[in-house]
Design a protein around this ligand. Structure first.
Ligand SMILES: [Zn+2]
Length: 61
């Protein structure tokens, strides 16, 4: 992964990270670490990413 992430946090199986895209814009990523889930999404705000992580219902379980 080329992008640098900071403020890594984990909510259940979902990892939340803040980083910058190629244009230098701040991005907030929520990505599920369950191998068969594949959930990953980017959000404009940290709170949105954390909310997505909190409400994620993992299909891998
Ligand atoms: Zn999941």
């Amino acid at each position: 992964m080329l992008r640098r992430f900071r403020n890594l946090a984990r909510v259940g199986p979902v990892q939340v990270a803040t980083g910058y895209d190629q244009r230098g814009r701040e991005k907030h990523t929520a990505a599920c670490t369950a191998p068969r889930c594949g959930f990953s999404a980017e959000y404009d705000t940290r709170s949105a990413a954390e909310l997505a992580a909190t409400t994620h219902r993992c299909s891998a379980h």
